[in-house]
Design a protein around this ligand. Sequence first.
Ligand code: PLP
Length: 396
Amino acid sequence: MDLDLAPDPLLAIPGPSQIPPRVMKALMRIVDHRSPHFHKLYRDVVDGLRYVFRTNGDVYPITASGTGAVETMVLNFVRPKDTVLVPVFGSFSRRLVNHLRRAGAEVIEVDYGWNRAPTYDDLRAKVESMGIKQIDVFATVYNDTSPGTVFRDLPKVVRWIKSYGALVLVDNVSALGGDYFEVDSWGIDVAVSSSQKCLAAPPVMSFIAVASSEAYRKADSVNHPSIYFDIKLMRKFGEKFETPFTPAVNYLFAIREALGIIREVGLENWIRWHIERGRAILNALTKAGLEPFISNDYYRSTTVLSFKYPAGVNPDEFRRTIYRFGVSISDGMDEVKGKAFRIGNMGYLTRKDVLTLVSSIIAVSLINGGNNASNDAIKDVFREVLNYWEPEQLSV
Ligand code: PLP
């Protein structure tokens, strides 16, 4: 088979996600990045990003994948020797710790293992029992993409952690637009995300929201060696609706289109779509006999659904066979590698896509003999797929 001629497989991985045709078409446009056309584009993109981050603060687009925005956040808002508290509950929180240590921070990790997220009660009890008196920065991932957990108590934790005078930095790369998240009303100082997940835009752009004057004061006092990821430059150029360096102009057109779709549908509805679709996929696969990797609903991510591999299957072979049905899903990462597979419930995933996704997973489970679901259970599976809610206003 010529892979460049065959249809592309369905993207049901945790990013990049499926992209609406309107967004792909918008990619085919380029303008001078120091011109009035670009200023309008920049303003529209920032307005759309403010809407999805739920902030009246500043948002800067960065031409780099999500890691570039995480790096920008760490470099500009953390001083060497700062005491930084980080709950660790998956690969991306562990990666955040690495970023912080490289920036010279004194990191205090609170470990939650790989199958739960932090809670307010538990985190507070741990911090108090450790006798921690000073926290300069609280840095956390909101939705840990491996293993598929969400930090639901974040708003409560932010309210408490502010009593230490800590600046709050949040990586929400994998759930912005796909689950509830509010920068201003939750009291978050700085948050980052990227284009290729729940916003249904192509990869390579990321975003940093700077929502408080405390954050800017901190950034003014930090010296770091990066020119590309310097927030002071981003701010200076942002004031004239430009970026310091050549941006991926055509990607910004695509992002504007994607953010436009979300605005037409309404953010509440866009999020509701993720929630209801995620529940349907979870119910369908559970009814078909698969077991969610995260057993407690409260910790389970909406946007990344992980399931234990069916008993007796070879994990790589399982995913390879699903790929032959035209569907891409992911393995777990690090501790979860080979134990659970991950589905990205992100962005523009239609009912037809969900049917293909669920059917292919069930088919391969059956072929491998790792599934004993009854006919009645299988009927229920397809009812789940048929009946969940989709937005009516979706014009793609
Ligand atoms: N943070 C989280 C929570 C992520 O899920 C990811 C990617 O999946 C990243 C950071 C890194 O993003 P990227 O791969 O776009 O650099």
